[in-house]
Ligand binder design. Sequence first.
Ligand code: UDP
Length: 325
Amino acid sequence: MSASNILITGGAGFIGSHLADLFLSRDCKVVVMDNLLTGDIRNIEHLFGNPRFQFIKHDVTEFIHVPCKVDAILHFASPASPIDYQEFPIQTLKVGSLGTHKALGLAKACGAKFLLASTSEVYGDPLVHPQPESYWGNVNPIGVRGVYDEAKRFAEAMTLAYHRSHGVDTRIVRIFNTYGPRMRLNDGRALPNFICQALTEQPLTVFGDGSQTRSFCHVSDLIEGIYRLLDSDFTEPVNLGNPVEISINEFAREVIRATGSSSDIQFKDLPEDDPKVRQPDISLAKKVLNWSPKLSLKEGLSSTIPYFEKTLRERGGEAVASTAG
Ligand code: UDP
């Protein structure tokens, strides 16, 4: 890796903290910047004491100053679960717009590479299936998900504008549903809800009739793809995700099997603008990064469930207090 001083915004979050681990394990210096709105200091506390690691508590929508050399900025700051970005709609819009602008400004000033964490949500409720990067999406700009979707679409536009106008060396990753240790147990997403419900023998809350689909990627696969993307010279957006598609009903049954739970399934109303299908076309990532995910859902779940068991034991009610249902 030519870039050895890495700044990760949102680095105390689920994916950001795994990236901090990965870059440190590959001999880089890492600065994590996070305002801890949805991030959690416990995700990075094992790194305190590492001389190549530094944490700065800061809201990236304000001017960013980093007191050291920066070779690459990974911009991961943002609420990212539907429950979170509906609870913090204005912060979500601000971090995607103002925060991306500030982070790009820093990249330009330092001559650093810039990698934007974008999302499959740029495709909205897709009318093309699976979704290739060439699809422009089907987004409701004023719906409840619009705050996230439009912020990320703006962030992509801003990133490419800095690339074209200022010559900043940019990358854009479109991240599909990802799971693994350090997800917040109460972030409201299907996987943490289902695992917590299964482990506590409560019914699994399937929204709608459960026929909507998603494709779940383990975080260890995702971060390897992000590392390769940063190391490549590819400036167009790249999808990263696991292309194995599963209905939410089947996913709930898979979680019940994997946890050995006796929970059953309870159907609830489908949230507004909930995408009916989602599956990444990863041909581009295979071609330009020689990347594809390695872990099956079964393997990924068995490495994730122990984290949830441990966290439930340690944090109990606090961890699941606001689990959506
Ligand atoms: N979902 C569900 N039960 C839950 C939480 C989510 O059935 O307790 C559904 C949700 O409506 C969506 C899918 O699971 O269709 C994935 O939702 P998630 O919040 O994980 O993220 P999304 O992929 O929608 O961004």
